[in-house]
Write a protein that binds this ligand. Structure first.
Ligand SMILES: Cc1cc2nc3c(=O)[nH]c(=O)nc-3n(C[C@H](O)[C@H](O)[C@H](O)COP(=O)(O)OP(=O)(O)OC[C@H]3O[C@@H](n4cnc5c(N)ncnc54)[C@H](O)[C@@H]3O)c2cc1C
Length: 540
């Protein structure tokens, strides 16, 4: 199967729930007034802008000018990216794609970039894993004059596994399925980290964006599995300490986790692995009141039971995921799994269900061994991105906003998001679920669907939506992202959210590690801020 140039995943994947979803949307919105044709990739390839400088010779590293590769490396997979792909808006593509196969070749690319800058012909270098960014993380800036995407997918080996320490040393270009398959084949072990985008994203992307996995509590971020990392920077190769724990000063890994390709290229990582879970159980609980559902979820998150699934969602979402048939205010999916502990139903699930009952919950599905309501949720959630591609062609704008806040602040933040959406003055379907829960607060995940008035307003209407909701998150005690990262799309809110001294420290760190400012310019830190960084740091 061929990877789609403009859409999610593979070309031509059937979406069984498409017609049903279209019918459901037509009960809420007017019938779509336009349906865009399937993108004509061949036509766009033939009219693509030529590379703006001669093909570089970068040591022994392969460099491609292939139009399809350049298109695929110029966008991520956000709504905005897919919409522009459908509309054929490939005006600002990268000039070349480099495919390093070793740390030495990554170093050669950075050295070449340094030389280009010294020669007065600066180039932007954008690390690329699977290209599943939903925040403009792999896209060139509009003012870039020369851009090379650095595709790390050929650095995809499992280097070693240590079953005594339960660790695996991996190259970071490895995609999710190869990583899971390799570990299973090795000795039925796994990295317990399953983002929805697993099939089309890489370990390096997860590290660089601090991805959030499918499990709802306890170890939610990729950070929790990292032992050490190797990072190639313009200053040289950094290896963080390879120890199970160390109290010796600040933790070096944390500088690069979430650095989104701006402070160096992560080429290797040692991760903690574990035995694959064999015991599983799950339950579904419904609530006639959303607040009761929130309360029960809070108490479970504070109980020390750490369910692997603890997803509270509004009834509409639960129906969409096939979890329930009839509307309720709130639906909670609970799950536990373990490689070693049998009897999860009595020891872990039952105390959670007791909390739900105390909060007027109705147990819809009682826990049974090996039965998995969480699998139903996971499966429909894995095919959802394909559905989005089709609905975009029908003129629907579908966007998600994910954040985190304290439990006490959630009602205020939720109200503010709803008010922001209402301020747009158009019909919007808005649902929320908690993707992750912590003892001190949830990670609310909002899904918004609305209609564009014309094909040309798909992107501008999305921009308006993004602006009002993101402003509301920052003004009301939320974070601009719980796990989707900052990228270019969130950079303006990132600098508002964080302390100015921390931002200045990051800017100075970038100045040290990437003195030419060539690594993923405009991602994380707005490019204007980087230009002015000397004057900013002098004021602090
Ligand atoms: C349908 C869908 C579902 C998603 N579900 C989730 C989810 O469940 N959880 C979640 O956290 N995110 C999710 N995402 C967002 C995205 O998949 C994550 O951000 C993921 O971690 C990106 O990995 P990637 O390999 O595709 O990285 P890319 O998109 O290629 O890159 C992301 C960023 O990391 C940088 N980068 C990539 N590799 C390296 C490297 N080796 N060294 C340094 N920098 C690097 C890039 O420059 C870029 O800034 C989803 C996205 C989509 C489209």
């Amino acid at each position: 199967m061929q990877r789609s140039v403009w859409g999610w995943g593979y070309e031509g994947v059937e979406v069984p729930q498409l017609e049903k979803t279209r019918q459901m949307l037509e009960t809420i919105f007017p019938k779509p007034t336009f349906r865009l044709p399937k993108p004509n990739v061949e036509l766009w390839k033939s009219s693509l802008r030529k590379p703006r400088f001669p093909e570089p010779k970068i040591g022994t590293c392969e460099v491609s000018h292939d139009p399809k590769e350049r298109m695929m490396h110029s966008f991520g997979k956000s709504f905005r990216d897919i919409a522009r792909g459908v509309l054929g808006q490939y005006g600002n593509v990268v000039d070349y794609v480099a495919f390093p196969t070793s740390e030495v070749q990554v170093q050669e690319v950075l050295e070449w970039g340094e030389k280009m800058a010294q020669d007065g012909t600066p180039v932007d270098l954008i690390p690329f894993g699977g290209g599943s960014s939903v925040v403009g993380g792999v896209e060139p800036l509009i003012d870039s004059k020369r851009v090379v995407s650095i595709d790390l997918s050929r650095m995809d080996k499992i280097i070693s596994v240590n079953l005594t320490d339960m660790t695996a040393q991996l190259q970071t270009g490895i995609f999710g399925p190869a990583l899971l398959r390799g570990l299973t084949e090795y000795d039925k072990i796994t990295l317990r980290h399953l983002p929805q985008s697993l099939s089309f994203s890489t370990l390096g992307g997860w590290l660089a964006t601090r991805s959030g996995g499918h499990y709802a509590s306890n170890k939610t971020y990729i950070d929790d599995f990292v032992v050490n990392m190797t990072i190639v920077t313009s200053k040289g190769i950094v290896k963080t300490s390879n120890l199970p724990a160390s109290g010796a000063g600040p933790v070096a890994d944390k500088i690069w986790l979430g650095s989104e390709g701006t402070l160096g290229i992560i080429t290797e990582c040692t991760v903690r692995v574990q035995k694959e879970p064999t015991f599983k159980c799950s339950s579904i609980v419904t609530f006639d009141s959303w607040d009761n559902g929130v309360n029960a979820t809070r108490l479970i998150s504070q109980s020390g039971l750490y369910p692997t699934q603890c997803r509270l969602m509004q009834g509409m979402e639960a129906i969409g995921y096939g979890l329930i048939q009839d509307f309720v205010e709130a639906c909670l999916v609970l799950g536990f799994e373990s490689a070693t502990i049998d009897g999860l139903e009595e020891r872990f699930m039952q105390p959670c269900l007791d909390i739900c009952l105390e909060n007027q919950g109705t147990i819809l599905k009682t826990p049974k061994k090996d039965e998995s309501a969480t699998d139903t949720f996971r499966n429909s959630f894995i095919t959802a991105p394909y559905l989005r591609d089709h609905l975009i062609m029908d003129g629907y704008i579908m966007e998600t906003f994910e954040t985190a806040c304290s439990w006490s602040n959630f009602p205020k933040l939720d109200e503010a998001v709803r008010a922001a959406v209402a301020s747009l003055g158009k019909p919007v379907m808005l649902t929320v679920r908690f993707t992750h829960v912590y003892p001190d607060g949830p990670a609310p995940y909002y899904t918004l669907t609305t209609q564009a008035s014309s094909p040309t307003s798909l992107v501008s209407d999305w921009d308006a939506l993004k602006q009002v909701v993101s402003d509301a998150l920052i003004a009301n005690g939320g974070t601009i992202t719980h796990h989707h990262a900052v990228g270019k799309d969130h950079a303006q809110w990132f600098v508002k959210e964080k302390d100015p001294i921390w931002i200045a420290m990051l800017v100075n760190l970038k100045g040290f590690l990437d003195p030419q400012g060539m690594l993923n310019r405009g991602t994380l830190l707005p490019s204007k801020l980087l230009k002015d960084f000397k004057s900013i740091s002098s004021k602090i």
